[in-house]
Write a protein that binds this ligand. Structure first.
Ligand SMILES: CC(C)(COP(=O)(O)OP(=O)(O)OC[C@H]1O[C@@H](n2cnc3c(N)ncnc32)[C@H](O)[C@@H]1OP(=O)(O)O)[C@@H](O)C(=O)NCCC(=O)NCCS
Length: 153
């Protein structure tokens, strides 16, 4: 379905290990105005949808999980980031594809929230088949709206 750049040669997408957490959290802090606290990642260690992109060091990560919504399993992309110096190489795309593939074994729909003004992420998600579902007014702590996007798995 997607027509995005292939991930860089030598890049591996793999499950997170505990030793990756400092690097994951460093990226999180460098990228988001309201980063997750370091401890928030702990609960996802060992879950199939917590993945890093690694080319000898961690250059990006995704946290995706299957949650229960209205009595049915729902894939949820909770966090995704790539180091600022490694963007537009297909790294996020590789992480997202793998996470969607993993979740497709357990759920038939995936959703995520994205800042309404995050055009790069919106483009990425649209290219991976996500479409607009609804707007959450003032969802983020700084007052920005979130857009809820969904796609079939
Ligand atoms: C959004 C983000 C994860 C994208 O990571 P990335 O590795 O650069 O993305 P990819 O290289 O896989 O991009 C795949 C496609 O997504 C779209 N895209 C990604 N970043 C884009 C940008 N800044 N502007 C426009 N389109 C963009 C493009 O279609 C791109 O394909 P192309 O490079 O062939 O044009 C990265 O910019 C990031 O970490 N941003 C800060 C954190 C963030 O916003 N996370 C998402 C939270 S919901």
């Amino acid at each position: 379905m997607t027509t995005v750049s292939p991930p860089s040669p030598g890049l591996q997408v793999r499950r997170v290990e505990r030793r990756d957490l400092p690097a994951v959290h460093r990226i999180e802090q460098s990228v988001f105005p309201q980063p997750w606290p370091a401890g928030a990642f702990e609960q996802y260690i060992g879950r199939p949808g917590f993945l890093v992109a690694d080319d000898g060091r961690v250059v990006g990560y995704i946290v995706a999980d299957v949650v229960e919504a209205h009595g049915r399993p729902l894939g949820h992309v909770k966090d995704l980031a790539v180091r600022a110096d490694r963007r537009r190489e297909g790294i996020a795309s590789g992480l997202l594809s793998r996470a969607l593939d993993i979740m497709s074994g357990q759920a038939s729909t995936a959703k995520l929230e994205v800042r309404a003004g995050n055009n790069g992420a919106l483009d990425l998600y649209r290219r991976h088949g996500f479409s607009f579902r609804r707007r959450l007014s003032g969802y983020y702590a700084d007052g920005e709206d979130a857009l809820v996007l969904v796609r079939s798995l």
